[in-house]
Design a protein around this ligand. Structure first.
Ligand code: CP
Length: 328
């Protein structure tokens, strides 16, 4: 078991070994039981995490802030308008200074073509761990919570049919980072992953290629279909969710016109009947109800969305406990 985590950045799980991911999940399960039993677990006593949110968040912000409080530490809830980066302060200077004050820097920056580069630059200069709260390419904390939830529901994940489907939404063009993190991670656990998406909403080819290699080494599978019904057939897990067409066009008008053609890509009860009878419905949330999914599905017996959201708390606590604390 790998146990040396202190100071390790979490930008993408692709840079963490399977052994390291398993240790994080074991730690998260341990912390979940302690939380359930009202057992104090102040493992990060007097430690400080700086959260920098360039975008809105409900789950990520509150799971981290509640999580570090439960671990005995404190989080600063920062947005660019509260910081000198809004006047152009460099990533280097921000990283160097925050490293002198605290124990972890956590950042969400989903701007396409910018977010991951910004996190990498902060990580280059920070002497404390940088935790990715979602960027344009990766959302490792979501993928970890998804993995933990699937393990709770199914136990061994080898051979599980998991469908990650594009879905229509009007709320906003969601980042690619959730489906990309899922296709990179799930095949490493031997899952048979199917991506269903219209051709105008592809995932990034270079990361798809990496995911294919992960499938080979992890004894999993990765397939692509362009029809939502085909994706749902026989699935044990369905994860229908919108993502923007950034990898096809950066022209917002063209993306909007493409989106309008696929209003029928909704997860409804008819489609759920195509899947395995014991299928579970997952969604990172926020869901665009009535567009991505109907109420009877997300509120129905197959839905595990609140268990999945709860695991955001336990997994971020596992990550912080080991990277910001842990043994030197
Ligand atoms: N799933 C997720 O990251 O939710 P938030 O955007 O609310 O943080």
């Amino acid at each position: 078991m790998q146990t040396l985590f202190r100071g390790k950045h979490l930008i993408t799980l692709q840079e963490w070994t399977r052994e390291e991911i398993d240790t994080i999940l074991d730690t998260s399960r341990h912390l979940k039981l302690m939380f359930a039993n009202n057992q104090p677990h102040r493992w990060l006593q007097d430690k400080t995490a700086f959260m920098m949110f360039f975008e809105q968040s409900t789950r990520t912000r509150n799971s981290l802030e509640a999580g570090i409080t439960q671990l005995g530490g404190h989080a600063h809830d920062l947005t660019p308008d509260k910081m000198q980066l809004s006047h152009g302060e460099s990533a280097k200077d921000t990283a160097m200074v925050l490293s002198r004050f605290g124990h972890g820097i956590a950042i969400r920056n989903c701007f396409y073509g910018i977010g991951n580069k910004y996190l990498r630059e902060v990580a280059q200069w920070a002497s404390i761990p940088v935790i990715n709260l979602q960027d344009d390419l990766y959302h490792p904390l979501q993928a970890l919570a998804d993995l933990m939830t699937m393990q709770e529901k199914f136990g061994n994940l080898k051979g599980l049919n998991v469908t990650i489907s594009w879905a229509y939404a009007t709320s906003h063009a969601k980042p690619l980072s959730v489906p990309l993190s899922q296709i990179l991670l799930f095949p490493r656990y031997g899952m048979n992953v199917t991506v269903a998406a219209p051709k105008e909403f592809p995932l990034l080819p270079e990361l798809v290629e990496t995911a294919r290699q992960n499938a080979q080494t992890g004894d999993g599978k990765l397939n692509f279909v362009d029809n939502m019904d085909d994706g749902f057939r026989g699935a044990h897990v369905v994860i229908p969710k919108n993502w923007g067409g950034f990898a096809y066009t950066e022209d917002k008008g063209e993306m909007a016109a493409n989106l309008a053609r696929y209003k029928s890509w909704i997860c409804d009860e008819q489609r759920m009947k195509l899947a395995d009878p014991k299928v579970i419905y997952m969604h990172a949330l926020p869901a665009d109800r009535g567009n991505e999914v109907t109420d009877p599905v997300i509120d129905g017996p197959h839905s595990v969305v609140y268990d999945e959201a709860e695991n955001r708390l336990h997994t971020v606590k596992g990550v912080m406990a080991l990277t910001m604390g842990g043994r030197p």
